[in-house]
Write a protein that binds this ligand. Structure first.
Ligand code: NAP
Length: 244
């Protein structure tokens, strides 16, 4: 039987922003995309069309990463027959508020999407990678998870949690030829940062510009594809010097 040489990348939150750029970059280098998102069908369909326009293949998988049953229903059967070569855990939200005013819902929604979602997706996919004895996992954390950010106690906690989870997982699965790394972007121009007061943020960034989604996707692509790879369990800041 002919060996299936198609490489598959599962990118969560691939319909917009950073996830979209990662999906396009991986599609450019020949990956078939399993592209997940929550509910923005139009944005997801646009990414799929862009990928098909460059001759690639993209399957759309809408589900809520915060919901374990939904995640399992969307992914478990697929990974029984084929392990993804790459998992990028990128889906995430922010609900900013000072802790003093933060509602329980603002706390819960951010933790459940950003951190529980990582468990839900990775737990569902990992066994297939272990069986395949190969894989690359890249987790999208944030500078906020490294140094904390006022008004983002929920978000910073979730993103710091991802760093701890990814480091622990790296220790568990390194011997199985599964490499796990984290990228920690600073301020990147996407829907999430649309309302950010640029004039207040720019003075904090030594290279004097906000990042673009492509600044992140280039690094994720490297981590997912480079053959000579000895980077494992690391956190790579992509922040223009915001945190040095
Ligand atoms: P974005 O433009 O708001 O896109 C978020 C993506 O996540 C969308 O595809 C969205 O799907 C998906 N998503 C959100 N909640 C979901 C859920 N419950 N289930 C499934 N998918 C869900 O955000 P972004 O700025 O590209 O951020 C992407 C990642 O980078 C996030 O983890 C974020 O925390 C992180 N990050 C961003 C920045 C920044 O400055 N932008 C900095 C550091 C880290 P729909 O389109 O269906 O809503």
């Amino acid at each position: 039987m002919k060996k299936d040489s198609t490489k598959i990348a599962l990118v969560t939150g691939g319909s917009r922003g950073i996830g979209r750029a990662i999906a396009l970059r991986l599609a450019q280098s020949g990956f078939t995309l399993w592209l997940t998102y929550k509910g923005n069908h139009e944005a997801a369909q646009n990414v799929k069309s862009e990928i098909e326009g460059m001759g690639g293949v993209c399957e759309l998988l809408p589900f809520n990463v915060a919901d374990y049953e939904e995640t399992e229903a969307a992914l478990a059967e697929k990974v029984e027959t084929r392990s993804p070569d790459v998992l990028v855990y990128n889906a995430g939200i922010s609900r900013d508020n000072l802790l003093m005013w933060m509602t329980r819902d603002e706390w819960d929604s951010v933790l459940s999407t950003n951190l529980d979602g990582f468990y839900n997706v990775t737990r569902t996919v990992l066994f297939s990678m272990l069986k395949a004895k190969k894989g690359r996992i890249v987790v999208v954390s944030s500078t906020s998870g490294q140094i904390g950010q006022a008004g983002q106690v929920n978000y910073s906690a979730s993103k710091a949690g991802l760093i701890g989870a990814a480091k622990a997982l790296a220790r568990e699965v390194g011997k199985k030829n599964i490499l796990v790394n984290v990228v920690a972007p600073g301020f990147i121009e996407t829907d999430m940062t649309e309302k950010l007061p640029k004039e207040q943020v720019l003075p904090l960034i030594p290279i004097n510009r906000l990042g673009k989604p492509e600044d992140v996707s280039s690094v994720v692509h490297f981590l997912c594809t480079e053959e000579h790879m000895y980077i494992h369990g690391q956190v790579i800041g992509i922040n223009g010097g915001l945190a040095i």
